[in-house]
Design a protein around this ligand. Structure first.
Ligand code: SF4
Length: 447
């Protein structure tokens, strides 16, 4: 629970010395509560107050980073129980599990690399490879981990209860594809620390500065282990509360999320890892409340629904998915090709552009900035009108692209045609109301 300005004020020296740059301690406390300044600006705050305030300022659920560079994945850091309360922030990281007994590693890596899809203008895919030490052979585990890291380029989850095998995998040095880095330098998640090995696993996680997952057989043991591992100095912790049956998992994951967010229960304020072996269970865990999902499936037809579901759940409901406002080419248009206009709501764009492609008539599509709203909504909100279309036409220099001075507007906003003609001096043609009418329109009316 975030502290109020008055709560913070109680812990300050109350001397109003102004060293922090604020006229009074209360003003400083208020600014701190709004996260407009930091506690270290007050040189006189006591160590005791510092500890209290810093721990209260921690987010209710930690954010943990796995991997490095452009493949780094952040998980956790959620602040709400329900997406509609605000938004979920870090999409469930999907890990494809591979056994270190796998006979065709190169083929497996190729399959994993293909698990990327284009959805509404974004490339979305799997995030991690989870290497499981089924062989019980530390050397083999290290070699398979290194190879999968290099071949897929994805961050790893190293699954073994054997500290020696984990350490061997972490110190495996890669070839040129890894830039000479060892596996540890690519920040894999180590899975897992249990009651019987947490001391060694914690030492390893600290030594190599990698995140560590704790496994408890139930919520109590998980909370106890996360505290022990944290006390050993491990900062980045992920939790597995031991359940494997779907209804129990949903119950436990919901309880973890509630305890962390509503009760600020720190021992469970960490990202949760879940394991599923079928699409239905995996979908359930994406909805409630896995931060990392490990699955053995690697077929596109199994991954596409999961990734689409994840995209829907982790889209900010307050921010529509938008296209960049600009002039798009559909096919290879020239100066005689039709010019159409629409808004930058991505679903509108991805409804309109395929229909233009279907018409097989190369065209220019001017996408106007309408705050990501669809055509009718943007028109009603006065974001898509003669002035905004005129401004977009000038910005995209459409007059330099076509020689005919005709623009096709969506049928739903035919009402703006007169004003648009007056404003731009262009001939305004009213297109069909529905995008599905575009092929016929372009082939008949336009021609
Ligand atoms: Fe108060 Fe500390 Fe600021 Fe001085 S520096 S006014 S003691 S908050």
């Amino acid at each position: 629970m975030a502290l109020s300005g008055l709560d913070i004020y109680k812990h300050l020296p109350k001397t109003n010395c102004k060293k922090c740059g604020f006229p009074t301690c209360l003003a400083f406390a208020m600014a701190l509560a709004q996260k407009k300044t930091s506690l270290d600006k007050c040189p006189d705050v006591s160590e005791q107050a510092k500890m209290t305030l810093e721990s209260a300022a921690l987010p209710p659920m930690a954010t943990v980073a796995i991997g490095e560079g452009d493949k780094k994945v952040e998980v956790g850091g959620e602040t709400v129980i329900f997406r509609h309360d605000k938004t979920f922030v870090h999409p469930t990281a999907i890990a494809i599990q591979v056994s270190d007994n796998e006979s065709d590693l190169a083929g497996k890596a190729e399959k994993i690399k293909k698990l990327n899809f284009d959805r509404v203008g974004m490339t979305v895919g799997v995030n991690l490879v989870a290497v499981k030490n089924d062989s019980n052979d530390a050397v083999k585990f290290a070699s398979v981990s290194k190879e999968l890291s290099e071949k897929t380029g994805l961050p790893l989850v190293l699954i073994s209860e054997n500290p020696a095998a984990i350490e061997q995998a972490l110190s495996a040095t890669g070839g040129p594809a890894s830039g000479g880095k060892n596996v540890a330098q690519k920040k894999p998640l180590v899975y897992c620390a249990k009651e019987n090995n947490f001391e060694q696993m914690s030492d390893i996680a600290k030594k190599y500065s990698v995140p560590l997952c704790v496994y408890g057989k139930d919520l109590d043991e998980t909370a106890s282990l996360s505290q022990k591992v944290s006390a050993k100095g491990v900062k980045d912790i992920v939790i597995d509360c031991g359940c494997r049956e779907v209804s129990k998992c949903v119950q436990d994951y919901t309880q973890i999320r509630r305890l962390a967010l509503k009760k600020n229960f720190r021992p469970l304020g960490y990202p949760v890892i879940a394991f599923a072996d079928n699409v239905v269970d995996a979908s359930t865990y994406i909805l409630k409340y896995a931060n990392i999902l490990v699955i053995p499936m690697d077929k596109p037809e199994e991954l596409l629904p999961l990734i689409t579901l994840r995209l829907n759940i982790y889209t900010d409901p307050q921010k529509p998915i938008m296209m960049e406002p600009k002039l798009y080419q559909i096919g290879a248009p020239d100066d005689k090709s039709p010019l159409l206009v629409t808004t930058n709501f991505s679903l509108t764009f991805f409804t309109v552009s395929p229909e233009i492609e279907n018409a097989k008539v190369p065209a220019w599509l001017l996408v106007c900035d309408a705050d990501g709203m669809s055509v009718l909504t943007a028109w009603a909100a006065d974001k898509f009108n003669a002035e905004t279309v005129d401004a977009s036409m000038k910005k995209a220099d459409v007059a330099g692209k076509v020689s005919h001075k005709k623009i096709i507007i969506p049928g739903y906003v035919s009402v703006m045609s007169g004003k648009l003609e007056d404003t731009t001096g262009w001939q305004v043609l009213v297109g069909p109301k529905e995008a599905s009418g575009l092929p016929k329109y372009l082939k008949t009316v336009w021609k």
